[in-house]
Structure formats: structure tokens, C-alpha cells
Design a protein around this ligand. Structure first.
Ligand SMILES: Nc1nc2c([nH]c(=O)n2[C@H]2C[C@H](O)[C@@H](COP(=O)(O)OP(=O)(O)OP(=O)(O)O)O2)c(=O)[nH]1
Length: 138
């Protein structure tokens, strides 16, 4: 069986209370990291700046963003597909973030509510353990 691979740029977004932002796209039941496909002739970081502007209407600067690493896993919402992602940490000073474009919902996860949401594999495998470790070190 041949699997298709989607190349993504996505973000572990946290606020000053160390809450983690997750998004739900229209028509999806999964909560995932903000971000999207990297287009031709675009770096992962450029793709992320573009997606964060489209999805959350935020203009990022370089000081707010750092590279965390890459991860490959099963895609949600698309059969026989893998996602291969470059994942960045974004620190926001604002909590006031609203869904735009293809987003239905934006949620801040905290210690109390994070088990209540169905998380995409990429988020569950890569960002969740890193975020929980950050919280422990608070
Ligand atoms: N943004 C994001 N997408 C994810 C995650 N996990 C995961 O499986 N995906 C999947 C869902 C989609 O199949 C794909 C992202 O494609 P998309 O269609 O939302 O990206 P896009 O915003 O660039 O949309 P488009 O160009 O197709 O309009 O990756 C994740 O944590 N974040």
C-alpha cells in the first residue's frame, strides 16, 4: 500500500500561563496544531507565518518563534496519508485569539481540560509530551 505524505509546518503555541493552543478545522472532529501545508518555494517558517496569519490573524515576529523539530505520523481526516511536519514553538502574550479562514474553533488547553479533547496524532505524539514537561518545570 502506498501512502501519500503531506509536508506541514505547525506550531506548539503557548501563552504566558503556559496554556497550549489547539484548533479545530471546519468539518473535523480532531483538535490539532495551528499550521498547514508547506507550498512550493516556501520555507517551513514562511509557511507557518502565512498559516498563522490566515488562521488566527496574528502577525508573528522572529523573537516569538523557535524551531522544535520534525515528526512524521498518520494524518487525520485523510485516508492512507502521513503527515511529515516541521514544528515550531510560538510564545504569545495575548490570549485573545479567534478562529479565521477554515477554522471552526480555537481552544486554550490547560491542566484541567486537556484530556477532554480528541487530539490529532501529530499533536498527541509530539507537542503534548513537550507541553506537559514544560508545565512540570514551571
Ligand atoms: N495543521 C495541522 N494539520 C494536521 C495536523 N495533524 C494532521 O494530521 N494534520 C493534517 C490535516 C490535513 O489533512 C493536513 C493539513 O492540511 P490542510 O488542508 O488543513 O492545510 P492547508 O491549511 O494548507 O489547506 P489547503 O492548502 O489544502 O487549503 O494535515 C496538525 O496537528 N496540524
Amino acid at each position: 500500500m502506498t501512502l501519500k505524505t503531506i509536508h506541514l509546518a505547525s506550531a506548539l503555541v503557548i501563552n504566558s500561563d503556559n496554556e497550549m493552543l489547539v484548533v479545530r478545522k471546519k468539518g473535523s472532529t480532531y483538535y490539532m496544531m495551528a499550521g498547514g501545508k508547506i507550498q512550493t518555494n516556501e520555507s517551513a517558517k514562511e509557511a507557518l507565518f502565512r498559516e498563522i496569519k490566515e488562521e488566527l490573524d496574528l502577525d508573528l515576529n522572529n523573537e516569538q518563534i523557535s524551531y522544535l523539530g520534525s515528526h512524521q505520523t498518520t494524518a487525520v481526516n485523510e485516508a492512507k496519508t502521513l503527515v511529515s511536519a516541521d514544528i515550531f514553538l510560538i510564545r504569545l502574550t495575548t490570549k485573545s485569539v479567534k478562529p479565521h479562514a477554515e477554522l471552526e474553533e480555537v481552544i486554550w488547553l490547560n491542566q484541567m481540560n486537556y484530556t477532554s479533547y480528541q487530539l490529532a496524532h501529530l499533536l498527541k505524539e509530539f507537542s503534548l509530551p513537550r507541553w506537559l514537561k514544560m508545565k512540570k518545570e514551571e
